[in-house]
Ligand binder design. Sequence first.
Ligand code: 3EB
Length: 331
Amino acid sequence: MNAGLIPAYTGPFGMAYVPDEARAELVGDRHTLALIDFGARLRPPDGVADFPVLLPQIGGPRVCEYWHSAEPVVHDRYGRFEGARTSELLFLRALQPDSAHIEHEAQTMYAALLETLRASGYPYLVRVWNYLPRINLEEAGRERYQSFCVGRAAALEALRALDDARLPAASGLGSCAGGLQIFAVAAREPGVQIENPRQVSAFRYPPRYGPRSPSFSRATLKHWREGVHLYISGTASIVGHASLHETLESQLGETLANIEAVVREAHRAEGLAIRTPDELSLIKVYLRDPADAPAAEAWLRERLGPQLPMLFLHGDVCRSELLAEIEGAYF
Ligand code: 3EB
């Protein structure tokens, strides 16, 4: 079949974008934690490691996001979550059926997530992805993203997990269809939170952006046994707490300045080996308008070089004036 396309994995825990054709082979491999398939359609998973997500890739040869571990992975069902674990981390993922009650859904899902993590001995959230359809739509008198933030904060608060210093790095995007999808990396030992000196911490955003501020940090630096990882949250054209700029290029410029500030802060505070965004291992670019992809790619390539792996996805950003959100990681 695709034998040899991706060699049997022997390196450390990490993530890479791999050709979509490799998915069938990797999905059954004992070193695979998860395969995130950014597909354009809803389909049942091909196996325990497979996780279809409805944020379609824009352009380029199709890839999927491959999370791997040197240690063999144990797959288990944890209530509503599908889990993959090693001795130091647990990768959880879940898809809820679509509903018009996103606050309730978010609260239920986060309560279950935290309870599962605590019961299984991996209590520290390190990195979370939140994808929900119709993110900017008004529902029950409020934008769905704001209701999501209310439900998430309520669950964290009820389980006494709303400690600012423990909030994980996250991304929050609008998907094309399906329900609330969450996946998360959790650990036995905590990571270190990194904030951005150019931005007000999201957990301290003033109430004008919603009744409960978003529960995430700008980045998490995590010391794994095999090395240090930096997970940079979804980052947008926000300075202080205000959205800035109308054009794609100016928004990308501010976003990149924010990512650079986070990388520098991790270097300054924690001695991270890199100082600039072009040294990251990979980035993911979410665009509200798929027609912006060629211009966004040209702009980013000019600044970050031809080598940096970049994945472009079609997804709505959680403030309707924002055109792009970029996340990144260093392994
Ligand atoms: C921002 O900086 C942009 O609600 O989990 C980025 C990353 C954003 C995560 C989330 C939201 C979230 O406020 C939006």
